[in-house]
Design a protein around this ligand. Sequence first.
Ligand code: ADP
Ligand code: MG
Length: 678
Amino acid sequence: MSLLSPLTEIKSVGPELAKKFATLGIRTVSDAIHYYPRGYDDFSHVQEIRHVKPGMVTIKATVKQAKGRYVRRGMHVTEAVASDETGSVRLVWFNQPYRAASFKPHAEYYISGEFALRRQRLSIQNPSIELVSEFPVNTARIVPVYRETKGLKSQQIRKVLRSCIPDIRGLEETLPAWVVKQQSLMARAEAVEMMHFPVSPQALEKAKRRLGFEEVFQLTLAALLNKYELLKEYAVQIPFDEQLAKDFVGHLPFTLTDAQKKAVWQIYLDMQKPQPMNRLLEGDVGSGKTVVATMAAAMALQRDFQVAFMAPTEILARQHAETIHELLEPLGMAERLSLLVGGLKPAQKKAAHAKISSGHIGLIIGTHALIQEKVDMHRLGLVIVDEQHRFGVEQRKVLQKKAGHMPHVLNMTATPIPRSLALTLYGEMDISVIDTKPAGRKSIVTSIKSPNSRKQLYEALDKELEAGRQMFVVTPLISESDLFPAASAEEVYAALSRGAFKHRRIGLLHGKMKAGEKDMVMQKFVRHELDILVSTTVIEVGVNVPNATVMLIENAERFGLAQIHQLRGRVGRSNHQGYCYLMMGDSSEPSRRLRALEQTNDGFKLAELDLEIRGPGAIYGTMQHGQLDLRVAKLTDTKLIADARKAAQEFIDKGHNLLEYNQLYARVQEIRAVTNLN
Ligand code: ADP
Ligand code: MG
């Protein structure tokens, strides 16, 4: 048997069982070996029978008097007596008729199960039972619990893994020997064995540390290699102009926060270097990223370099263009900006292209499709990417072809990612964080509502609309579904239009609508031709409607923390107080997650909490490829992450050759392929 052998090569696995394993994604020996448990039961404490008390117990005993019978139709009971030197105890199995004939007389067994009262008699119920002389996997040890599927229980998975032990023990080391030594890590083979068959809680912890370390080490290594590859490239140097920076700041109607100043400074330093900037500007909604980005753009314009600014949607591109136009106006630079989006008339587009080639226009704002535009970008110095999270080497190469060099890139995201996670996920980027909001910003009042308060809530909301404000209503679904009993945008739209808000102007927006239709509805809302916008989460990113003060989220329990936080960032963007109502699907008790939203407006705090409660998947899910998932490493384990990152840095600094480590190389290439894409 080899790692790549199909599972059916294991003696006890027939085609039927193999099919069940396949539904868990387990087809080969290697798949099985890397199918880590989701938890453990501790059956390691073997007791004398005279000491057993009700609860989960494990004993070591011989089995006698096994008898099976039907107590009624469809109900079979097997009873037996287990004895050790200190006493006897009754064993009972239900509907396992084969049991009675399966015991060897005088043989010693480990027996694990719940010792409990049943029909006025104490017995161990449905115990797992294994010969002491064999390598026990279901009893008398810390027993792994796997994600199961219909007809395939952890017991069977454990048995299959027992057959794989020789293969596990033969697993090659994947980390460089010096790393294993320096970090006192468990060998890979031992760590995998301990995941499935831990000999002690301590051994299990060491195994998890080892495997988690490896995951973070690989991710970091991939990120660093991406980073250094980029540093070999050349970018144009964009010298700092102090007078321009002063003028810009002098014309702002507010003073920059310290966090904004720091971010701008870091960006200016990067832009002066002959290597391409690759920076992530991270800041909660409303933290003031646009001003920072515009200061970067202004510096490039001042030095006669072009800037491409890409937003995820056309609406956002338009809004950015307006905001940035205003910011550049006092500097006399506004004329050098042009919007370049699909919705422009051919003549407008042609005019824009001409002005771009003549160098009259330097700042081009559009969607992510901008890099495909056939415009002359030979002076391209800076690219600003809003909400894409990752601007890959491939895309840079497209730009490099157009420009003849690599532009500096500034990525912006409003997804607050805890630092530990950001460092691991975006290790190839330098990160600037705007972690404070402008002073005097009102926080959004958030409250959880149960459905029986709906009528009252609607009355209160109508007063808000009466006062001239606008409201978002967000639902988890587009249309009615039998699979998920939850509110849909279409239903809610219909209900509000006929009922409580029939005297208001209501719009409907969802992801199945054509881009043009969506834009039109959104524009109507922006222009206050609609009072209420019922939508799915398509409005999530970036849209600015300062007059909207209410965000009502239906079936709030169905949304992620980070997602709700993003949604409520759509309101409270003016002097008016903003409100967010989290409507529960029923009157059950709201979760700790939802409660946290009531208590804090700090996106970073919420992200940390989400990470703690739901694990990194919560954040990955919204923006990442599953292939980057960490299966063992806990991102809340900051020491582990720091150690693994340090080791990866050392690997590179000392010039170790990745090609000498086959498996590490393969995995790192796999990660790089994913992180370099899109
Ligand atoms: P983000 O893009 O991070 O969501 P914006 O850049 O759109 O945030 O800023 C939100 C609002 O706050 C804008 O109206 C902007 O003019 C304003 N703003 C930005 N920085 C400051 C500041 N330092 N003080 C006061 N208001 C600010
Ligand atoms: Mg923004």
